[in-house]
Design a protein around this ligand. Structure first.
Ligand code: EPZ
Length: 437
């Protein structure tokens, strides 16, 4: 498959596509299977690259992995669990951060775990300090060696009391995956409570864990001695669903997203409506469509759940280039998530980036020189361009821009999009897009 796509844009996307399980839950549920002494079955699993990466990491650790693409059924058998070496883990992990989440389960099951050095930016852009702090507090010993970090737990892992300065998704998952088999009680304050985390908690409960979640973002876990495998149906990927919804808006289209679940997309639907987008919720999914009149500008801030997800920000910004007036977007989760707007400007969009917090949310980046607020002035017709995909969500957003633009664009590096958007080329064709590899 070639790594670029020629997109003949300027046509509305119209039709129906289906979205399966959430990338950001499925990968964690696969890790949770390591904790079970009997096989686990995960259902509604999409055929995306991240599932392949985690499958190969688990296989490396002796897990029997079977995947049926058509039914989406994934079976994971941990009967022959074993350690793997750092170099092999690094080969299989690519740029994935999943190896850090294997640590708690592997420490419980095998007494040791390794995190390879996954590249220079590991402690830079997306640090793992929260993860290491938690693991150490549980009783893990961390040793830095040439090939990466080696962890052991000579005295076992014991429940902790912990509070996050920022409700990190991955670190909350780390804590859950470690606390369930740790001796004693663990309490976490200021936890992330994304729907994907709630689904992980449900999965762990099926395995035999005892976990309660309070309304004030605190989670209590009573450690148990053993866990069994699970049988679980993954929630739908709400990021993918929101991305297609934004594509409907930006291309003046009408897309029925089969599988989209209203209860996990509340804040997205509010914003979609404020911009002027129309939607209809049915039992099978959600129909998203352009109103046929001008879109409206909005002021938007990304946030942890139940706020507007950072992963919806990039596709929505493309739609906002078509709204009449000035929209303001304040990104409060990542310090540097507007790089993709450079390509939009090349295509005719007007986007100004600011270091200041353009919003009332207290944010960690305000005083730190990061261009984390954007002002988008619209509507600006987009014109075709040759663009290079920067990352997963930015990449899909570039694709949306190319679909909305008049003329033929070449979008390169689209392999990244396979990490999280199942079969997106076929879905684009099903929606009437003119794309060619
Ligand atoms: C998860 O990343 C998702 N990835 C991200 O989706 C998503 O954007 C993010 O949560 C927020 O919702 C997966 O689930 C695989 P975080 P995660 O820990 O867990 C800082 C996508 O495109 N931080 O909540 O890595 C960090 O730098 C991806 O699907 C630390 O400072 O996110 C960031 O500013 C991209 N130290 C903030 O916390 C740490 O040790 C949020 O990160 C960990 C995080």
């Amino acid at each position: 498959m070639t790594d670029s796509l020629r997109v003949d844009g300027g046509r509305p996307l119209v039709g129906e596509i289906a979205v399966r399980g959430a990338k950001n839950f499925v990968s964690k549920a696969m890790v949770a299977a390591l904790l079970g002494s009997t096989p686990s079955v995960l259902r509604n699993v999409p055929e995306i690259r991240d599932v392949k990466v985690v499958s190969s990491l688990l296989t490396l650790h002796g897990v029997g992995v079977r995947y049926d693409v058509s039914t989406g059924e994934l079976t994971l058998d941990t009967a022959n669990l074993r350690s793997a070496d750092a170099a092999h883990i690094a080969d299989h992990a690519g740029s994935s951060r999943i190896p850090i989440l294997l640590c708690g389960p592997l420490l419980h099951r095998l007494g040791e775990a390794v995190i390879p050095d996954l590249g220079g930016c590991r402690i830079g852009d997306r640090p793992i300090d929260f993860h290491l702090e938690i693991l150490t507090k549980f009783g893990a010993t961390v040793t830095q060696r040439e090939d990466g970090l080696h962890l052991s737990a000579p005295n076992g892992l014991h429940g902790i009391r912990h509070e996050f300065a920022f409700p990190s998704v991955g670190a909350t998952e780390q804590l859950l995956l470690t606390a369930v088999l740790a001796e004693g009680v663990t309490t976490l304050h200021n936890a992330a409570v994304e729907p994907e985390i709630k689904d992980l908690i449900d999965t762990l409960q099926k395995m035999g864990a005892i976990i309660s979640v309070d309304t004030d973002r605190s989670i209590t876990i009573e450690g148990v001695e053993q866990l069994r495998g699970y049988d679980h149906w993954s929630l739908t990927d709400r990021i993918e669903a929101g991305s297609w919804a934004a594509a409907a808006l930006a291309t003046r289209g009408d897309i029925f997203v089969k599988g989209a679940q209203q209860r996990h997309m509340g804040m997205f639907l509010n914003v979609f409506r404020k911009v002027g987008g129309e939607f209809e919720v049915t039992t099978d999914g959600i129909r998203f469509f352009h109103p046929g009149t001008d879109l409206k500008p909005i002021a938007l801030q990304t946030d942890v759940h139940p706020g507007f997800m950072t992963d919806w920000q990039q596709p929505m910004v493309v739609a906002l280039t078509q709204a009449r007036g000035l929209s303001i977007v304040h990104e409060t989760v990542y310090e540097n998530r507007f790089g993709f707007t450079e390509a939009l400007e090349k295509m005719g969009a007007q986007v100004q980036l600011y270091k200041e917090c353009l919003g009332d949310k207290k944010c960690r980046f305000g005083q730190r020189n990061f261009r984390h607020s954007a002002v988008i002035s619209g509507p600006t017709p987009l014109r075709a361009a040759d663009i290079e995909v920067p990352d997963l969500r930015g990449g899909f957003s570039h694709l949306i821009a190319a679909l909305a633009a008049e003329g033929t664009s070449t979008v390169s590096g689209i392999g990244i999009i396979d990490r999280g958007y199942e079969n997106f080329r076929a879905k684009l064709t099903a929606l009437g897009a003119k794309v060619e590899a």
